[in-house]
Design a protein around this ligand. Structure first.
Ligand SMILES: [Fe+2]
Length: 460
């Protein structure tokens, strides 16, 4: 090799190394200068502005559904969305208002780029508490689908946001609804508005959001029944939600897909989180609607696992420090449909001690707004049309239990001094309060409205 050529090649090689160091491969900007590029050389419609980055058919960064935010924490959150088709997906995020670059996370599977799905979730961690973040999605198609043609990385043009929980936030409002059964598009907005809950800090869906069963198109059912509406009304404002699984989300041939849309980092549907003076415990109560005895065995073991986990949770600092402990589940503990639950959780939840008690149990399932006060067997029901509630209650359960109306609108206001729960009959133009009461740290409740009390016999 002649010396001048050798020197020239050395400079080229050095230049290539420097370029690689300046810009990692994954960060390469790729300008798309054609509007349509179904396949190279086919359907190419060039932009008349050569410098312009065009919307391109291979871009999967724009959600078809979502994004939505779950698993809120002081330093973590889960972001999920549904794309137009399968691709490798990523998210890049930064504290809102900063300009020092985004942090990137890619979807991987066993250490490799994961191209297989159009439904994506990212469990972000090591975040700052009480901090607003902005983020956008990334996508890239598998080159094997493109005849090994490099198609580049797309960076989303839409920015979204979320906020981590604030450990210092001691006064806040939670909105809860239950058993909307496919009617969220018509019910959710008025129930939020007429319950004065548009400013709620957290939104809770207490289960049975879908219409009937998780049949052959679970994604359409989930999106059309409720999730699109949740995104429109509050996820789009950066608000997080708690989705509790109901019995209807447990039945149907595609019931197994539920976790695809509401994944947890640990793969378990039950969890707890603290916010100010309250510790929230979310139970996951599967139901056997398939008639298979093995389903019953597996569901029973899963509930027993949760009871053991709850017993361990009671030994933690988060439990001891909480002024109020609130359990949420779809199935009631005593007010209908929860016989198996009561059997399994009796030992851990029948606890009157200051450090062991829970203050409130919130559920749905019965489609009737009703309440049982701590240590009583009586039921409080303020609905003249629905008086179907269980008989033969016992007075052993030392916490207030509330069952939310079908498609109900409830607010829970948390403060260091008390919990205030209000249930609205929001279907009236002048919403009527169906129930309102306060819960104090020692567990006792104080009624804010008069509610008819029923003891046996059941007046049905
Ligand atoms: Fe239910």
């Amino acid at each position: 090799m002649k010396t001048p050529i050798y020197i020239a090649l050395s400079f080229l090689a050095l230049a290539a190394v420097c370029a690689a160091e300046e810009k990692p491969a994954e960060q390469q900007d790729f300008k798309f200068d054609t509007y349509t590029e179904y396949r190279p050389s086919l359907n190419r419609i060039p932009s008349d502005d050569p410098g312009m980055e065009c919307p391109n058919t291979r871009d999967r960064t724009l959600p078809m559904h979502g994004p939505w935010h779950t698993n809120p924490g002081f330093d973590s959150i889960t972001i999920s969305y549904v794309a137009a088709g399968p691709s490798l997906a990523g998210v890049e995020y930064r504290i809102r208002g900063t300009t020092n670059g985004f942090k990137r996370v890619w979807g991987t599977i066993y250490g490799a780029a994961d191209y297989h799905s159009h439904v994506h979730s990212f469990h972000l961690k090591n975040l700052e508490p009480a901090t607003e973040y902005e983020y956008r999605f990334l996508s890239a198609l598998n080159s094997y689908e493109l005849a090994k043609l490099w198609c580049g990385i797309f960076t989303g043009k839409e920015l979204y946001s979320f906020k981590t929980l604030d450990p210092e936030l001691k006064n806040y409002k939670v909105f809860l609804t239950a058993d909307t059964h496919g009617s969220s598009r018509v019910w959710l907005e008025p129930s939020i508005e007429r319950s004065n809950a548009r400013d709620a800090d957290l939104f809770v869906q207490l289960g049975d959001q879908i219409e009937d069963t998780m049949a052959n198109d679970a994604e359409n059912l989930i999106m059309g029944s409720f999730l699109d509406e949740c995104c429109r009304l509050y996820a789009s404002r950066g608000k997080a939600a708690i989705f509790v699984r109901g019995n209807h989300e447990c039945q149907g041939i595609q019931a197994w897909k539920y976790g695809t849309y509401f994944p947890r980092p640990d793969g378990k549907g039950y969890f707890s989180f603290s916010q100010g003076p309250a510790l929230f415990v979310v139970l996951d109560a599967p139901a056997n609607h398939g008639g298979m005895p093995i389903n019953e065995v597996i569901a029973g073991a899963y509930l027993a696992e949760q009871a053991a986990w709850l017993a361990d949770l009671k030994k933690t600092e988060a439990w001891r420090k909480a002024t109020f402990r609130i359990v949420m589940a779809h199935i009631p503990m005593t007010l209908g449909g929860g016989d198996r639950l009561a059997e399994i959780f009796r030992e851990v939840l029948v606890d009157k001690s200051k450090d062991g008690r829970i203050h409130l149990y919130l559920a749905g399932h019965m489609h009737v707004q009703m309440r049982r006060d701590p240590g009583t067997a009586a039921v409080k029901v303020n609905n003249p049309f629905r008086k179907s509630f269980p008989r033969h209650l016992t007075d052993e359960w030392p916490f207030a239990e509330v069952i939310e109306d079908m498609g109900g609108g409830m607010t829970l206001e948390v403060s260091p001094e008390k919990l205030t729960l209000k249930a609205y009959d929001w279907r009236r133009h002048e919403p009527r309060i169906m129930d309102a009461f306060e819960v104090y740290p020692d567990g006792h409740v104080k009624d804010l409205v008069e509610v008819p009390v029923y003891t046996e016999p059941n007046p049905k």
